[in-house]
Ligand binder design. Structure first.
Ligand code: NAP
Length: 288
């Protein structure tokens, strides 16, 4: 088994981002800025927001945090988003999900100026990703892509794992992870299978895949019986269990196989925040 060290790769990228921020400051006198919005007091969301703000500070990106009450109406949230859309010091708007009331999540996302949508969840950015011909175009056009999927592709590239001509299976079809990562793999010339809870013969299909992306949210769901010799496994799952954090892959079951795998924690997780910083730089450049 070979490990993909997401923390190390992420730290290297953050140093590059820090240099770019310094250069932007020297050349323009401005610093890129993120506005974070937390609605309510979800403990996990509070931790994520804190880590995001800390990461901004470390690379020199400005951050402006806004806390809204648990019972904030859709209109309250959208009114704040509209103010931030107009604020020229704000390049990126991060609305921490889930919202206490999931019913208006999409309306709130739709209210974000697509140029400031550093989570890449606005329909326009999701559409641009789907319309892009290949990876080069996604990079050249600075398309804002959902952070976790983007981080997964960076992990594969930085680990010299070729994607082209490989058979990849993505297990999960969420707008946040499954769908965008499938599009990114396709843009990198993989043959992509998207599986979900209604997929038949998952074990058999998965066993044929060169690259397995597990984005299910079910602890230790995949074991060695799903994995072929030589496969690369990207474990996106973050599951809180009495024994601590674990992924969607049963790590102990596959650890003696000839596989390359991201650990949980320390694999995909650190890359997600790094891609948020990367997207903020893109948003800054796109607005210049
Ligand atoms: P989600 O919206 O709940 O989607 C889960 C997907 O898994 C759904 O498409 C679902 O299929 C599929 N699924 C559920 N049970 C299945 C089964 N038995 N067989 C095959 N597919 C099944 O979750 P998400 O937001 O994509 O997140 C997935 C996991 O990644 C979670 O653990 C989350 O915490 C983690 N995550 C990690 C990061 C990170 O930075 N590391 C970021 C985001 C998410 P249906 O569509 O048919 O229901």
């Amino acid at each position: 088994m070979k490990l993909i060290n997401g923390k190390e790769i992420s730290n290297g990228l953050r140093l590059e981002i820090k240099d770019q921020v310094k250069k932007i400051k020297q050349e323009t006198g401005n610093l890129p800025g993120i506005a974070t919005i937390l609605v309510g007091k979800n403990p996990a969301s509070q931790i994520y927001i804190k880590s995001k703000i800390k990461a901004c500070q470390e690379v020199g990106i400005q951050s402006f945090h806004h806390n809204l009450g648990e019972n904030s109406s859709k209109e309250n949230i959208i009114s704040l988003i509209n103010k931030l859309n107009k604020n020229s010091a704000v390049d990126g708007i991060l609305l921490q999900l889930p919202l206490p009331n999931n019913k208006y999540t999409q309306d709130c996302i739709n209210a974000i100026n697509p140029l400031k949508d550093i989570d890449g969840l606005h329909p326009l950015n999701a559409g641009l990703l789907n319309l892009s011909k290949n990876w080069d175009e996604i990079i050249k056009k600075n398309i804002l892509v959902s952070c976790t999927p983007l981080g997964i592709i960076y992990l594969l590239h930085k680990s010299n794992i070729s994607i082209e001509r490989k058979t990849a299976i993505v297990i999960g079809r969420s707008n946040l992870v499954g769908k965008p990562v499938s599009m990114l793999l396709l843009a990198n010339n993989a043959t992509v299978i998207i599986a979900h809870s209604k997929t038949k013969n998952l074990k058999k299909i998965c066993k044929n895949a060169d690259i397995v992306i597990a984005a299910i949210g079910n602890s230790k769901f995949l074991n060695k019986n799903f994995i072929k010799d030589g496969a690369t496994i990207i474990d996106v799952g973050i599951n809180r269990t009495p024994d601590g954090l674990c992924g969607d892959v049963d790590f102990n079951s596959v650890k003696n196989m000839n596989v390359t795998i991201t650990p949980v924690p320390g694999g995909v997780g650190p890359m997600t925040i790094t891609m948020l910083l990367e997207n903020t730089l893109k948003a800054f450049k796109n607005r210049c």
